[in-house]
Design a protein around this ligand. Structure first.
Ligand code: B12
Ligand code: SF4
Length: 494
């Protein structure tokens, strides 16, 4: 069978992360004797439609998180026009369809999708391909039957052995265009950094998160050898300088970590590396291990500084644990990243003041503050529906933006104005620590130069900074400018 997989992304500074999901399932199908193409599309690009038409696939699958709903739907409708793809099956996979299969089938693209793949894609899509597109009896598939009734075949199997999957073939996309600053190690600008996932699943159950809906709460880990094979390939083929381990909790299993790091340092090139973690999965021994093997940055989802909110969102950490681990991580000489949210359910001004205090106290090297957003599939989403917290009662349009910085989706505790005020206040308070450091000086100077050569953009950035009262606008517009000036692929303006 021939299949094309497509991910549409808005032009944004977080475009440092290749579409690993569709790369993985595309490579998997290839290895099983099918033929696939993977299209990693920036909003505005259209050439890929012609490429897919020439390839003549039997099936086209879109990958979609909630913020990509509106833009993906736009392209889907465009492709459905005319007769070019009249005999092609269309499906959607990824977290949004997994969380809301019936809503997606009924509303996305005027109900013209053939089916939705819920959860991990590999087993499901291979079964469909092996059956030449017959999807109705396959686990993990949802569709509307002839009577317009919703049918869902629940998933029973996950990929038990992740090491049995082939290494994603990054040549299927323009991977070179991802090896650009700012890189995935946030706050530290690097040229050629890329993410790698060594596990799937997270045992915790935070109320704002929907990650476990995709990969379950049971953690499955790739073998050390399989991860090292991928890293060797990334060095040999792409000459990477660094790697960011994007697993939900990279530091969860100490014995695996020890074995992995012992092999990691024997790679043919010394790589800068960082990872994501939780404050309660690090202890002195693990920190010592990270230090010994030259970890440069650990990112923590802190979410709130208030013990009351941490409890309400089921984060299962406390303010004291946060203080202790940030202090210890800095003491051993590892940089920290911290992400917070403002606008949690039932959050009060006192709670958000605690968050402000904690941010100042822990002095993370990089801090990002989001509006708390009820993504479908999370407990927070259900609560928001139940309590009618949505600011506007409308569909998944482009207000669910990738940056969630311009528009809170719900009013769940703080008023909209309070949420905006505190989010900006906290984010602006860390601007200097986030960006002004020696490591980034050359990069900052280059952006400054590009601004001088493009004064219109500078005025645009200053205008946005004042309008949104966010200093980060200066950096984000600057980074986009940098990417436009240096990328082989020029993002198109929409
Ligand atoms: C890495 C990551 C990112 C990366 C890149 C994401 C990307 N474009 O691939 C970056 C840092 C850019 C990012 C940004 C954001 N992310 Co994010 N991210 C993740 C993370 C940690 C891992 C994703 C990943 O690569 N997984 C590995 C691959 C192999 O899995 P996968 O992509 O899910 O693909 C599998 C299946 O989904 C399925 N599949 C996927 N596509 C398709 C298509 C077809 C046709 C089929 C059949 C199957 C299929 O098969 C694949 C293989 O099994 C997840 C958490 C998680 N545990 O999944 C959150 C997660 C996906 N992110 C989330 C969020 C909220 C965001 C942001 C909004 C955060 C923000 N505030 O800016 C932005 C939005 C980005 C956007 N697309 O607009 C939420 C999604 C919520 C939602 N309903 O949309 C998640 C689930 C975390 C959470 N908190 O709940 N993210
Ligand atoms: S936020 Fe992090 S720790 Fe909490 S459930 Fe999601 S992945 Fe797990």
């Amino acid at each position: 069978m021939k299949a094309s997989f497509v991910m549409i992304r808005e032009v944004d500074v977080t475009n440092t992360y290749p579409p690993l999901g569709i790369l993985t399932i595309g490579t998997y199908l290839d290895s099983e004797g099918h033929e696939t193409t993977v299209h990693d599309v920036l909003a505005g690009e259209e050439d890929f439609i012609e490429e897919i038409a020439r390839f003549q696939p039997d099936m086209i699958g879109f990958s979609m998180q909630t913020p990509q709903y509106a833009i993906t739907e736009e392209y889907f409708l465009k492709m459905k026009q005319g007769t070019r793809f009249k005999d092609t099956l269309f499906c959607v996979g990824g977290i949004h369809g997994t969380a809301m299969p019936e809503e997606t089938l009924r509303n996305f693209g005027n109900g013209k999708l053939d089916f939705v793949v819920c959860g991990e894609g590999e087993i499901t899509i291979l079964e469909i391909a092996n059956q030449n597109g017959e999807f109705r009896n396959v686990e993990g598939v949802a569709y509307l039957n002839e009577l317009d009734m919703f049918v869902f075949n629940p998933r029973k199997k996950f990929v038990e052995d992740l090491s049995s999957l082939p290494i994603p073939n990054r040549e299927k996309i323009d991977f070179q265009s991802y090896l650009l600053p700012p890189g995935m190690i946030r706050g530290k600008i690097l040229q050629r950094v890329t993410p790698v996932m060594t596990s799937r699943g997270c045992p915790w159950n935070c109320t704002f998160c929907c990650g476990s809906l995709m990969f379950s709460r049971k953690v499955r880990r790739r073998s050390v050898a399989h991860c090292i094979e991928e890293l060797n390939e990334l060095i040999a083929k792409w000459d990477i300088d660094g790697v960011m381990f994007m697993d939900d909790i990279f530091t969860l299993n100490k014995s695996w970590l020890k074995k992995f790091l012992a092999e990691f340092v024997r790679l043919p090139k010394k790589l800068e590396w960082g990872c994501a973690s939780r404050v309660d999965t690090l202890d002195d021994e693990t920190l010592g291990l990270l230090k010994k093997y030259n970890c440069s940055q650990v990112e923590f989802g802190v979410e709130s500084g208030s013990n009351r909110i941490l409890k309400l969102i089921n984060k299962k950490i406390t303010q004291n644990q946060i203080f202790e681990i940030f202090d210890k991580t800095h003491a051993v000489g590892i940089r920290t990243g911290a992400s917070f949210q403002v606008g949690h359910p039932y959050e009060t001004i006192d709670d958000v003041k605690e968050t402000y205090k904690v941010v100042q106290r822990i002095k993370s090297d990089y801090t990002v503050v989001f509006f708390s957003t009820p993504f479908p599939g999370s407990k927070f989403y259900d609560l928001s529906v139940e309590n009618d917290w949505f600011v506007e009662n409308d569909s998944f349009d482009n207000k669910w933006t990738i940056r969630q910085s311009e528009y809170p989706i719900v009013e769940a505790g703080l008023t909209l104005e309070e949420a905006k005020y505190w989010r900006n206040k906290i984010q602006n308070s860390v601007w200097q620590r986030n960006y002004i450091n020696w490591a980034n000086l050359r990069f900052a100077a280059t952006i400054g130069l590009f601004y001088m050569l493009n004064p219109k953009r500078l005025f645009f950035a200053i205008g946005r900074t004042f309008k949104n009262k966010r200093l980060d606008e200066l950096v984000e517009v600057g980074l986009n400018l940098y990417l436009e000036q240096t990328a082989k692929r020029q993002p198109k303006q929409r």
